[in-house]
Each structure stands twice: as C-alpha cells, then as structure tokens.
Design a protein. Structure first.
Length: 584
C-alpha cells in the first residue's frame, strides 16, 4: 500500500492552529493552510511564514476529535511525544473526519514506511568535509580493540550469534571469556530468558569486569545449568567473589519463578553474592511518565498541589532507584575490584540503564560526546533495547498493563545522565541539550539510528544502506560545536553522585520546555563569559608576576642600585600598563 492511500485530504485552507502546550492559547489568531504529506503535517500562513509548523506524524502520540454540537466541523487535539499539544479547528465535518482518519493511519506506520527511509540529508552549510559514516563508527571490533590487544589471554570476540539464532536480541559479535567454548555458550543461552547469556560490557581499571544478561530460567523447581555456572565462574579468579545486581525486588524475583524465570540459586553460585536493587518495571515507568507530564502541563494548580503531583508521579523516585543501583555496581567494581553481573527480567530495559550509568560513573571516556555515542550504541542499540516498540507511544498514551510494549526506559537513562551532569557539570564534554536531542530522535527522527528493536531487525531493514545515521549528522564540525560544553575540564577520576532525594531535581529544560516555566537558556553562555574573564585575569596575573620577577632579577644582577631600581620600576610600570586596559 502506498502512503498516498492513507491520505484522504491533502490540502485544507482556513484551519486555525492553537498551541495549548502550557494551558494558554498561542497563535490562535491566524488561519493556516493545512497540508498532509506521507510523513509530515504542515501548517503554514502567509501572514507569519516564520511560524510554519512542520510536524512528523511519528511525533503524534494521541489524536482526539471533538465535533461541534450545533455548527459543522470541530477540533482535533494532537498530543505529541515532545510534550506539545496542538488544536486544529476545522469548519467542515467531512474535512474534520478525513483529517482525523488520515492522521490516525499515518501516525502508526510500520517501520519500512517511516520517514528515515525517504530522507536524504545534505551536509550542513554545504560543507566539503567528508561526513563520517555513523553506521560503522562503533563496530565491536574497533570498540574492543584495546581490550583484545592487552587482554587477549582473557577475552575473545565470539561470532556464534552471527545468524542471530542463539539470541535474536543480541548483536552478531559479543565479548566472552576466552577459555569458554562455543558449545558451552549455546547451552548457557538456553538457560537464560530470551537466550541472553552473560556477556562483557565493561572492564574497569584493575581488572574488575561488568557483565549483563537476562534472568535465569530456574523456575519454581530450581533448575540448574552447569554451563551457565561455568561461564560465570570463568570470570572469577581463585578465591574471588562476584556480585549479582538484580534490578528487581526480592519479591518480584520470587514471583518470576512461578512464570518460569527467577534468579540464581545461592547453592549453585557460591562465589556470587546477590543484591536486589529494584528499578521500576516498564509498565510502572510508563504510568509514572504519564503522571509526570500531566503535572508539568497543568499550570492551574497551586505550587503545593503541583509539588504533590510531581512526587506522586514517582518519576524522581525511579531516577533515584536507577542511580542507586548503578552506584552499588560501581562501588563493587571500583572499591572491591569484584566482578559484577547485572540483570532483571528480560535484560533489555532496566539492566541496560544500570550498566550504562555504571560506566558513566566510572569511565571518563563515557562523558565525552563520542563516548556517549559509543555507550548508546554498545549498551542500547547493539544490546537489543526495543527502541521502536518502546517509543511507539509517549506520555499521553494511557499505559496498559496487558500490553507493556511502550516504556520510557531510555528516557530514564537520559534523565539520570542529566542528574550526573548537573552535579558534575565540568566533567562532561557535552551539554544537556545533546541529551534532549537524543530523546527527541529516539521517539521521532529523520534518521534511522533508533529504528528497529534489535540489530537483527536493523540488518533485515537494511538501515545502513537505506537511511542516514544520526551520529553522522551530530559529528559534523558545524553541528557538533553547539553540543559542546564550554565549561568542560577533563576529569580522569570516578564521579560519585549523591542519590539522596533532595539531590534529584526535575529536568525542567526538557519537561517544561513547552511551557512558560522553562528556565533561562542563557545561563550557559553567561557562565562561559565568566570563565573567559577569569582566564583573562589569570593570564594578566601571570604577566604581572613575570614583569615583577624581571625587575627583581635586575636588582640582583646589577650592583648599581640606581640602575637596578630604575629598571625594576620600569618593569613594574609596564606590568601596570598591561594590566589596566585588559582587565576593564
């Protein structure tokens, strides 16, 4: 079926657009011309060309139609994944119905019909610099080259899953202990939910390692798998212990046994100590996200009511829980030099959030722009986070416990990064605006990076051939410049965030961006101006000290006191002249 088959009306005049994102009526005085294309809703006006609205259909979360009781026509309410709410007033009932039906079909297109397959980006500012291929920039072989070069006796790249039959959500290449044969891995995969056997995701300085997997299929009878036990014990040295960080509560893990899942038996893994650090499940996160945006969109309630609703959403508590689990894993790796395995249920959501945050805490490379991209590739895209399914709906779509496909797990990770950035602003090469950009592209994008639920799906869709990579766009020099943090000072150490409730703050730049309560955007440029002035003062101070030293040397090297004093005074006078004009 062609996209044109979904479009019942292509152009419509005299449509009134109202932006109701913050509870007020914006731009409602102008009539617009509405155009519906295969991927965009366009609302333009001759009176205000600069206010043209170009809306990707994928960005539409919920469509509500309201017919007029007495007059023909009515309104269409579009609630978007970027938190904007638009109202379209149409004075014809037939047109109202046709526009609604068209948008409902176009907002739920299958993956092969998504806009990235039809988008052909051009270099920014007609640059002649060759654009990097983001599809190959973070290949496993290159990302793990340093590890394999220095620790080839411990680890190897395993291509057992090249046809995605061992685990359809894992990449074709994973890092496993060198002395574990492929046949052992195949049997261990059968014991893990979805075939997600333990794999390496990070090696910390000192040799401690971070692994992830899905839950074991021990079930109510407590089944064992010697191959899985052997695989896990292979990463432990003689007499060393490891930690299993389960992202479920003890009761949740126990309940999973009745459904065939569960957690590792203590008797079967005596060298591993289990720690339960619960992070909200997908359905709970979706419900919390919905309540959060409802509170942020309500401008009529009092401050105390708003704060109560914010706390009642549970979103800040979810951030605290994820950061707490990551800090526990980081402490085990850094302070105890122990091996850590992280898993929950399927291991494709909260598990990835915890392993990613652990690396951001420990590894300074992950706090750079390129390191962030590599982290998202390695721990989310290649690790099998179901991006397309999880972002099919946004905060306005009511969560359904019977169909928990959509969940803001990736947003939870980005929000936790925001908290780290806020507490350690000088330690990150990028600004939080880049995190907002990643959120927007994860939910609706012109690029194919976040399409697909796994590497296997991306290969099947031939995304690298048929779509452009977001990383190729971001890494263009003219584009990259706007994401760089002017206050960045490389910090080679570990950053230990505070996870106390008082330290977790609402990400206003994202959740309140569409309202009048959004914070001042000029704070970063103001801070940069202060930093430049501070650097200039330090430079001038250094010049003054140099002039004083020269004066003192003249006095010491010339016995004629009048000559030495005169030269010293001259040096001091020159230093004063250099200082005054530059410091004003």
């Amino acid at each position: 079926m062609e996209l044109s088959d979904f479009i019942l009306v292509t152009k419509l005049d005299n449509v009134v657009l109202t932006d109701r994102s913050d509870g007020t009526d914006k731009n409602s005085s102008l009539d617009r011309t509405l155009c519906i294309t295969g991927h965009h809703l366009i609302l333009s006006s001759r009176q205000a060309v600069s206010q043209e609205l170009l809306l990707l259909h994928r960005n539409i979360d919920v469509i509500e139609k309201k017919s007029n009781n007495q007059n023909p026509g009515g309104s269409i309410i579009l609630k978007c994944k970027d938190f904007h709410i638009y109202q379209l007033d149409i004075n014809s009932t037939e047109d109202l119905n046709n526009v609604t039906l068209s948008l409902e079909k176009l907002a739920c297109l299958d993956q092969p019909l998504q806009y990235p397959f039809f988008y052909s980006p051009q270099p920014v500012n007609n640059s002649t610099v060759q654009v990097e291929d983001g599809w190959t920039a973070f290949a496993p072989v290159s990302e793990w080259s340093r590890l394999l070069a220095t620790h080839a006796d411990e680890w190897r790249i395993c291509y057992l899953n090249r046809d995605y039959k061992v685990c359809n959500s894992y990449p074709s290449a994973v890092i496993v202990p060198r002395h574990i044969e492929d046949k052992i891995i195949v049997l261990a995969a059968k014991f893990r939910d979805g075939g997600r056997f333990p794999v390496l995701c990070y090696r910390h300085d000192g040799g401690s390692i971070l692994m992830r997997s899905s839950q074991p299929l021990s079930g109510a009878t407590g089944k064992r798998c010697k191959e899985d036990e052997r695989l896990l014990n292979a990463v432990l040295g003689p007499g060393r212990r490891g930690y299993i960080v389960d992202t479920r509560s003890a009761s949740q893990a126990q309940a999973a046994k009745n459904r065939g899942g569960g957690t590792e038996m203590d008797a079967a893994y005596p060298q591993w100590r289990k720690v339960h650090k619960a992070v909200p499940r997908s359905t709970d996160l979706a419900e919390s996200f919905c309540k959060l945006i409802e509170a942020c969109s309500d401008t009529k309630c009092s401050t105390s009511q708003w704060l109560s609703r914010l706390e009642g959403s549970g979103w800040l508590s979810a951030i605290q829980a994820a950061l707490n689990a990551a800090c526990v894993a980081a402490q085990c790796l850094h302070q105890e030099a122990a091996a850590v395995l992280v898993h929950g249920g399927a291991g494709r959501d909260c598990t990835l959030a915890v392993t990613s945050l652990t690396q951001a805490i420990l590894n300074p490379d992950c706090r750079t722009v390129r390191g962030l991209q590599a982290l998202v590739e390695r721990e989310w895209l290649q690790a099998g986070h179901a991006f397309f399914s999880r972002t099919r709906h946004g905060p306005y779509h009511p969560p359904n416990s019977q169909s928990p496909a959509h969940a803001p797990t990736f947003l939870l990770f980005l929000d936790c990064l925001y908290q780290l950035h806020r507490q350690f602003q000088f330690s990150f090469e990028y600004t939080t605006d880049l995190l907002i950009e990643l959120y927007k592209h994860a939910y609706c994008s012109s690029y194919g990076t976040f399409l697909g639920d796994s590497e296997a799906e991306r290969i099947q869709l031939r995304l690298s051939e048929r779509t452009a990579s977001l990383w190729s766009h971001i890494n263009q020099p003219d584009v990259l410049e706007k994401w760089l943090n002017p206050l960045y000072e490389p910090n080679p150490g570990v950053i230990w965030p505070s996870v106390a409730p008082i330290s977790i703050e609402l990400w206003m730049e994202l959740y309140l961006l569409h309202t009048n309560a959004a914070p001042w955007k000029g704070s970063l440029s103001c801070a940069m101006h202060i930093k430049r002035k501070h650097s200039a003062i330090r430079k001038i101070s250094g010049q003054l000290q140099s002039q004083i030293r020269k004066g003192i040397e003249e006095i010491h090297t010339n016995p004629d006191s009048s000559y030495g004093t005169a030269n010293a005074e001259e040096h001091l006078r020159l230093a004063q002249m250099n200082l005054e004009p530059q410091s004003t």
